[in-house]
Design a protein around this ligand. Sequence first.
Ligand code: SAM
Length: 322
Amino acid sequence: MAKQSSNTNLHKAKNNKKDEFYTQLSDIENELRHYKEHFKNKVVYCNCDDPRVSNFFHYFSYNFEHLGLKKLIATCYKNQDADLFSTNVSDKAVYLEYTGDKNGNSIPDAHEIGVKDLQGDGDFRSQESIELLKQADIVVTNPPFSLFREYVTQLIDFEKKFIIVGSYNAITYKEIFKIIKENKMWLGYGFSGGNAYFKTPYSNDNFVEGVYNINTGLVKFRNVTWYTNLDIEKRNVDLILHKKYTPEEYPSYDNYDAINVDKTKDIPVDYVGNIGVPITFLDKYNPNQFEIVKFRKGDDDKDLVINGKSPYFRIIIKNKKL
Ligand SMILES: C[S@@+](CC[C@H](N)C(=O)[O-])C[C@H]1O[C@@H](n2cnc3c(N)ncnc32)[C@H](O)[C@@H]1O
């Protein structure tokens, strides 16, 4: 059997609509510490979050005063597909509202959290959820991988600020790339060492050996990161480049006027024209330093080709400072 990577497992998750992957509190803390100044007096909405299992709800309710939040809302989705893996123990979708500690113990007590029934299933696209979305300033969650396109499009349409988890593959979706190119969304700080561990109800049989840890119940994905449209420091930092352009080291594409670069750190410091870079470049992208020109295709609208061969997805960029 061909060896599959943990990335392949994420593909599987998407194709089979397996969406139950719960984000760890430590990963949420690690990412959100970079955004603290954005939360003051804001309404935060977690719209794919069962508060019984969601660490997003936990994080924001316990850090409510520390962040100076105005309100926290979370909706819990009731999965209508009665599939084998469904974990929803309640047959009702609910939403929760929390407006901070009232009794001075700095803990979100059960009686301080308002739980209200939803009429429908709590789908983020439902009118009820959209009404809650309209109240929100910042949406923060790990949405279903299988609905990422629709999820992001909705946030953009309603002009919401957000911090969400998604796959790196999403960059290769036409709709998502357009949003990134237009600087309406960018990459956050990401998971430590590029390893994202999620709690999941799916059994070991669903994963290739080594991906699921029976002892911890955690599954490891290598291809997941954070996306946001909030201003973060890393986005304003120039990528330090040291290599000089030579035609030998940086061949041009057969079907597009740009040079090919295989590693982001090797982008030549002095090249004025178009440059093809791997999608991991976006982790270092500073819109004041580079402009995103296009994605993947040459003048003939076919995949970029170099000496007859097609490198893995490339983003065409241009140095704005030269
Ligand atoms: C990747 S999991 C993450 C769960 C949680 N946000 C967390 O990070 O721990 C995505 C969640 O979205 C829920 N979900 C699936 N489809 C949904 C929909 N259409 N609307 C809202 N939530 C949905 C799934 O049941 C699942 O719990």
